[in-house]
Each structure stands twice: as C-alpha cells, then as structure tokens.
Design a protein around this ligand. Sequence first.
Ligand SMILES: C[S@@+](CC[C@H](N)C(=O)[O-])C[C@H]1O[C@@H](n2cnc3c(N)ncnc32)[C@H](O)[C@@H]1O
Length: 270
Amino acid sequence: MDETVPHWTAGLSVDSYEPKEMSREEFQLLPRKQQKRIMKQEMWDRRADEFKEKQRQKNRDGRRRRKERVREGEIPPRRKAEDQARTGHRFVIDMDFDDKMDDREIKSICAQVQRCYAANRQAARCVDLHITQLHGRCRERFDTGLSQHAGWAVEHIKMEDKEYPDLFPLESLVYLTADSPNVIETLDETKVYIIGGLVDKNRYPRLTLDKAERQGIQHAQLPIGRYVQMSTRKIMTVNQIFEMLLRFIDVPDWKAAFLDVIPARKLDNE
Ligand SMILES: C[S@@+](CC[C@H](N)C(=O)[O-])C[C@H]1O[C@@H](n2cnc3c(N)ncnc32)[C@H](O)[C@@H]1O
C-alpha cells in the first residue's frame, strides 16, 4: 500500500500515531482511510499553531529592528495619519460582489483591501478611500479574523455599509472597468472613482460595466494599452489598480505608474 503522506505528516505512520482527540485503542478500530484523515488534520492543526507563532515572532522581531533603525537615525519614524499630506482625490472599492466569490476569493479580496489601506498609509500623499457596501462574508472576515481594521485611521480608509450612490452625487461617479470603451486621461478631484471589489478570474466579464450602465453613471478604463505592452489581458487586481492611481497622483505619469506596479512577467518585452 502506498503510505505517501503530505509533508506535514512526513515521517509519521498511522501505526504509531498518538491521536489527540481519542485513545489509541479507539483510533486503531477506525478504517485506515479515516485514521489517515484524522492524523493529517491533527498534524495540520498543530503545524498551523506553530506557523502562527513563528509568524508572530517574526513580526515582533521586525518591529524591534525597525525601532532600532529609527533610534540609530537610519530611517525616519512613522508618520502619524494627521501629519501625512492629503490630496482631494476620492476612491471607492465597491464590495457589492460577495455572492460572486468562493471562500478563497473572499479571503483574497479582503487581503487586497488590506493592501490598499497599507498603500494609502505609506503614500507620499494619501487619498480619501471608501470601502462601500461591506456585507456578507467580507464583513464577517473584517469583523473577526481581520478585526485590527477597527484601529485603522479614517484618514486612510472608511469602511461603510452604505452604497456609493448614497454617499456621492451620481454625476460625480466614474466606474473604473477594463471593459469600458472610454479611456481615462487624468484624475479629476471633482470625481469619485470606483473600483470593483472582486476577484473573479475572468468569470464575470462586463459585470461592473453592466452595473455602471444600469446605474447611469460614467465608466472608463485606465490607459494601460497606450503606455505599456502586456503579454496578458489588461485586467488588474483591485490593489494593483489602487496602487497605480496613487502612483499617478504622486508622479503624475501614467507610464511610470504602470511600470511601477505591473509585474515584469506580465509585460511584453518583445
Ligand atoms: C479583477 S477586476 C474585476 C473584473 C470584473 N470582471 C469586472 O467586471 O470588473 C477588479 C476591478 O479592478 C478594476 N480594473 C481592473 N483592470 C482595470 C483596467 N484595466 N482599467 C480600469 N479598471 C480596472 C475594475 O474596477 C475591476 O472591477
């Protein structure tokens, strides 16, 4: 029989395994397949705790090293939110699409929102960022696993239950979507630019364009094709789009903003 097991149970055998949740005798009475499943699950749980502790230690070390470097004058202390320069630009991440994603994609979109927050915090000049219609599994994830967001400064991110038409005049709204025939030239502080809070691996083409058209609001794509040649389609992730917009506000040069954010493997260098 093939006794190959995944790496986190490597070297272990069900014949000598000491289960956590039952006695060894009870374990031995179970079918072999079930014994393996239990052993894998329990070992995974133990490894997960070990892994989390390692990660926590790494973070503690990182914070300590950072403090030392600040003390030595190698790097400046972190800016307080109220000291960071701001622009009048406004952006929305539209979290309307909870039911269009599986659990992995929900995790991924929440991580992308976290990255947008971090990017806005680190930007030379930060913008007004609203996360709208936060509900369902994403809301749950932010309220439980990612509960540190309660401490996020509103200067960098605002988490809202409301939808964007309840927050801004319709005529100010521009939905950013790769499917739009319109191409944006620059960023206008009187407008509010919306990014679709979605990870869909191209399953739902035109989803945000159709939404914008139904709502009668403007829409546009970023001018990526005008400035860089890509080997793949010009559909970016939420945090990539947000980081490009921040870079453009800072520089302002679309080509530099795109080249700074688009991974080299996606660029066509032929
Ligand atoms: C992974 S895409 C989602 C694609 C989805 N099928 C849709 O209908 O928008 C995430 C979001 O990033 C933004 N986005 C991605 N690529 C873009 C581009 N080239 N121009 C403008 N916005 C883009 C859009 O707001 C989009 O909703």
